[in-house]
Design a protein around this ligand. Structure first.
Ligand SMILES: [Zn+2]
Length: 252
């Protein structure tokens, strides 16, 4: 994958990572590109056009907090679990996420992480550790990187909260959630899907669990429950964006 990407970049160095048009915003994003090259090294950058960049719109402050489950279920042991989701689910987000997952645009995941990190820095969010949602070994091999990790790394650098990507593991390869429409089946599909590495003692820690997108929230909820059952004091779920309405009036 990386050789193909390098070949494409050589042939078309200024192509928008989202839409493929001319990346005319490359020279106008001094703050974001400056942070990017400070984190990843001189000359390292992402490419984006002004139209796509304008589509990443932060939610107003009262529309950033949600319940983790889009449809709360009865007997949920943690119904008050909070999801921080700072960006509106716009058309460009809908195009950017598949570009990351299926076209290998790792740089785009990192750029979204920079945007998310700046939003987190503006909130009164205090966590001890950032845990990215893990991928199964199979999907990590297919994709070559974990987009949740790539997004979390700049969040960690910007906020100063340590990142630990070896806390949580996938226990088994669950069927792809995107192929399951029924809410109950989605919950069953991820039940028992995660485990915490035995070398970690999460006692008393406030954990930030990060992912690129939240859909029904079942996978995040299951991962967060696993962290709490392993001793975490509290878990704040964070996703860049997601298509949902149900607000949580209680910020983390
Ligand atoms: Zn574009």
């Amino acid at each position: 994958m990386s050789l193909i990407r390098e070949a494409i970049d050589l042939m078309a160095p200024n192509t928008c990572d989202v839409c493929g048009d001319y990346a005319d915003a490359d020279g106008n994003l001094s703050i974001i590109t400056g942070i990017y090259s400070r984190i990843y090294g001189p000359g390292k950058r992402f490419h984006i056009c002004s139209s796509c960049m304008a589509g990443f719109v932060p939610q107003p402050p009262d529309k950033r907090w949600f319940t983790v489950l889009s449809n709360p279920v009865e007997n949920d042991p943690y119904p008050d679990m909070t999801l921080f989701m700072p960006f509106a689910y716009s058309g460009v987000v809908d195009r950017a996420l598949p570009a990351i997952k299926f076209r290998g645009r790792k740089e785009l995941a990192r750029m979204l992480g920079i945007l998310m990190g700046r939003m987190i820095l503006c909130q009164d969010i205090f966590c001890d550790i950032i845990v990215p949602m893990p991928l199964s070994k199979e999907r990590l091999y297919e994709r070559g990187f974990n987009q949740a990790y790539e997004m979390s790394y700049p969040v960690s650098v910007i906020t100063g909260i340590p990142l630990a990507d070896d806390v949580l593991r996938r226990r088994l390869d669950t069927a792809r959630q995107s192929g399951i429409t029924d809410s109950t089946l989605r919950a069953v599909n991820v039940s028992g899907a995660f485990e915490v590495d035995s070398k970690w003692d999460l006692s008393g820690l406030r954990v930030m669990l990060t992912d690129d997108v939240a859909t029904t929230g079942h996978t995040m909820h299951e991962a967060a429950m696993t962290l709490i059952e392993a001793g975490a004091d509290d878990v704040l779920c964070c996703a860049f964006s997601g298509n949902r309405q149900l607000k949580n009036d209680e910020p983390f």
